[in-house]
Design a protein around this ligand. Structure first.
Ligand code: MSP
Length: 535
């Protein structure tokens, strides 16, 4: 089996800056990418921006700038936000790049030459929000687009069409014969039902100006989805001078998309790949949506939360941890936020409770009590010797945790994986309470025969913290880095891999470093009270 791991996210429309929903998808993908790197995989993590089409054209017009200028401004914003969120992508594609545009044209010509793209007149109901035609039966009871709750417009054009119907049977068989192809499993039937009535789709637009021109027909631009979907292979150099990454990394192990765009990825995308004679990705994973207080994130409702608002208040890792810990990846999840009168973000109490309990208390305090307090006072900060009796069932529990985390991540059960890591954190916390090393220190001062056990307890705590740092690094890279520095281990945290999750690697004699709290408690209630007092 190949050791490469290519994963992608949807490329976001560059009509507006990123919101919490976009950040959700990128954080989850980043956790998977970091975890697979830890497992020793040669990871290629691709993200990017979908810069063509009506939405982007319209947004530029509203701003009074050219689409090029608009896209550049938005791209800067996205890249800045992803950096703040510590998203470790390997490549960031923009569909306005020459390399992409040239490759898409070549793909179009190839499909045309083999008869999979043909021209015909067409009239249909078009939703500009989805950039897709709808059949009447797929609209809601009021005749509106089910996603955008807007009436689609009747559009008639002479367009180029893509012969999806030719590949329908093959797609159906692929979905049925490869149970892991569409995940979560629960979305499979939805795709199979949609596939039943799927017709050839129009892959060019006369009404849209901002896009890749149809080769040999300047009046039309290539349909934004045919343009955008191909990013997954053009970014790897498909149909370019250098396709070495394509040869090395394709097919993707997982392509992560929101549930709203599953049909494009589970039907149109496989049809394109079949037509090009290319392998299909191993898995299309369709995640749920974040709602805010039960409602869809929307500018009109005024509940858009900028990732920066959350980072400023809770730090990057506070947000990352909460998202993975509280949301069930395949399902929708609510972000119960409170807003100020001017509609700016105020706070999210469930997030505060969660990060205070898990990051500040259970993880942060364990580290603080052991390294900055007991070890510094009693052992000059030096990691002491192991003592078998003090280790209880930790070595065994850690092996089991490692297996559970790996298995959950392989199933994209991100929430389960992080819960398993925190079972270990909580076990350590309880161990510290029950072994009470501060009492052992006193006893050891009076009776030296207690010393080996006391030291063994400290070693057990430190070795567990070392393993926690590695296991938790994909979720909370900044906090675990701080933890790692306090442990004083020479090799970097980034250099660690799955084999380092083994009991007994921490060397006695290592010099730990006292440090600040790795995640200070959030106390909005106190902040609220002091705000009231000062006003
Ligand atoms: N440009 C297309 C994707 C093309 S992929 C070849 C698009 N862009 S988008 O900006 O509308 O959405 C980008 C991703 O963000 C999608 O996977 C979408 O499902 C996801 N999300 C947008 N809002 C979301 C939430 N509120 N919650 C979770 N994910 C959401 O579609």
């Amino acid at each position: 089996m190949k050791n490469t791991y290519f994963l992608t996210t949807a490329i976001d429309y560059s009509n507006a800056p990123p919101h919490l929903g976009h950040a959700y998808e990128k954080i989850t993908a980043d956790v998977i990418a970091r975890h697979q790197r830890l497992r020793g995989k040669d990871v290629f993590f691709l993200m990017g921006l979908d810069e063509h089409g009506t939405k982007n054209e319209k947004a530029a017009k509203e701003k009074g700038v050219s689409p090029e200028v608009h896209c550049d401004e938005i791209a800067e914003k996205y890249i800045e936000t992803w950096a703040k969120l510590n998203i470790s992508y390997d490549s960031f594609i923009r569909t306005t790049e020459e390399k992409h545009k040239e490759a898409v044209k070549k793909i179009f010509i190839r499909l045309q030459e083999q008869g999979d793209i043909y021209k015909k007149s067409y009239q249909g109901l078009y939703c500009f929000g989805c950039e897709a035609f709808y059949l009447e039966k797929d609209l809601d009871e009021k005749g509106l687009c089910p996603d955008h709750k807007r009436a689609p417009e009747l559009v008639s054009e002479e367009n180029y069409f893509f012969k999806i119907t030719k590949y329908k049977q093959k797609i159906k068989e692929h979905i049925i014969n490869n149970p892991g192809f569409i995940q979560p499993e629960s979305r499979k039937n939805e795709v199979l039902n949609l596939l039943e009535d799927f017709e050839d789709i129009s892959v060019s637009r006369e009404t849209v100006k901002w896009g890749i021109k149809v080769p040999g027909d300047d009046k039309q631009v290539i349909y934004v989805w045919l343009d955008a979907l191909n990013n997954y292979i053009t970014a790897l150099g498909f149909e370019s001078n250098d396709d070495s990454n394509f040869k090395k990394f394709w097919p993707a192990r997982v392509q992560i998309v929101g549930k709203d765009i599953l049909r494009f990825h589970a039907i149109i995308w496989p049809a394109i790949l079949f037509a090009l004679g290319i392998d299909l990705p191993e898995c299309i994973y369709s995640h749920g949506f974040i709602t805010i207080g039960g409602t869809k994130i929307s500018k009109t409702i005024g509940n858009v939360i900028k990732p920066e608002d959350l980072i400023n208040k809770y730090q990057t890792d506070g947000l990352r941890y909460f998202i993975i810990r509280e949301m069930n990846y395949g399902n929708d999840g609510d972000f119960a936020a409170e807003f100020n009168e001017d509609k700016s973000f105020s706070k999210c109490e469930i997030l505060e409770n969660r990060v205070n309990a898990d990051l500040a208390n259970n993880l942060g305090n364990s580290l603080n009590r052991i390294v900055s307090s007991i070890l510094a006072k009693n052992c000059e900060g030096i990691v002491p010797e192991r003592f078998l009796e003090a280790e209880k069932d930790f070595p065994d529990f850690i092996e089991k945790t490692k297996d559970k985390v790996g298995e959950s991540m392989d199933k994209f059960a991100l929430q389960d994986s992080v819960i398993s890591v925190w079972d270990l954190v909580n076990k350590l916390n309880k161990y510290i309470d029950s072994e009470a090393p501060w009492n052992l220190a006193k006893r050891a001062a009076e009776d030296s025969s207690v010393t080996p056990y006391f030291h063994g307890v400290l070693y057990t705590c430190l070795e567990t913290l070392r393993i926690i740092a590695i296991l938790a690094s994909p979720y909370i890279p900044e906090i675990t880095q701080k933890l790692w520095e306090q442990l004083g281990i020479n090799e970097s945290l980034q250099a660690q891999n799955w084999d380092n999750i083994k009991w007994g690697i921490l060397k006695s004699g290592t010099e730990t470093k006292k440090g600040d709290l790795i995640y200070p408690r959030i106390d909005s209630k106190l902040a609220d009270k002091s705000k009231k007092r000062s006003s």
